[in-house]
Design a protein around this ligand. Sequence first.
Ligand SMILES: C[S@@+](CC[C@H](N)C(=O)[O-])C[C@H]1O[C@@H](n2cnc3c(N)ncnc32)[C@H](O)[C@@H]1O
Length: 286
Amino acid sequence: MQSPLLAKLTGRLGARQALLEWKWMNEAAASAPSKFSLQDMVRRRCFGEPLQYILGTQPFGPLNLLVRPPVLIPRPETEHWVIKLSETIRPTAQNPCRLLDLGTGSGCIPLLLCHLWSPGSVHMHGVDISPHAIHLANENALLSGISTPSDGTTPRDKNTFGTTLASFLIPTFPDELFQIKPPFDVVTSNPPYIPWKEFLELPRSVSDYEDPRSLFGGPSGLEFYEAIARFIGRKGMVSPDGVVALEVGRGQANAVEELIRTTGRVRHTEIWTDPWGVERAVVGRM
Ligand SMILES: C[S@@+](CC[C@H](N)C(=O)[O-])C[C@H]1O[C@@H](n2cnc3c(N)ncnc32)[C@H](O)[C@@H]1O
């Protein structure tokens, strides 16, 4: 006979999704019974809380990252373009690169790249306006074994990741960054890109739990790309042969491509499609 808890979950999620999540919940309950009760997990899930927040982790490539509200849960479409980027650029310890991640959230983008690129080949810095995000990104760095030197040094044999609480919308950005100074060889970002008018279309599991600051990109959804274009257009911010890789929302790729091209600094652009056929990342080469 089906467990009443599974029946409740099925009523909320449908049979296929409920069975999958029931399996993960059972695994969590078996691994840490004092932390996870099936009853509590099913109650929270039926209330609309994302499973990742309930379990507290989300796989991202080979990493298993901590996730906590209100920091954005890393998405599979982000994982896809980040892995592709890791295969497109190949920094080496002899010629290490400096990467800036704008709106780092859980730190998923730089931490996956730190993990995939060879030791000593990259020194990364993540910026976010949310103290919750900065805290979580630092915890994830520790958990992933990525060193975060507090003394400002950059070890030659290790990839490093540091963070700064800052807004990249302010015109003087990145003057306050202390650990890595421009120019950056790679700039990555999955900025907030949902236009305000789409607020009502968001699933409650997103709008009720994830920080609105991580979702909304102004009236048109393009406010953060405009700031990024101004940033890369400034002399000395991105290396002459640098790369900019930006995640975009559905239907935004052409507008973002145009924005970075009009900086006059980007020579070549590409649009990358995600596994669901959506144009998902704009990659520009200086
Ligand atoms: C769409 S989330 C992406 C998070 C993470 N990079 C990922 O891919 O899962 C955007 C992030 O930008 C941050 N953010 C929003 N406004 C910002 C600003 N003005 N300056 C810096 N970060 C900002 C949010 O706090 C959020 O963590």
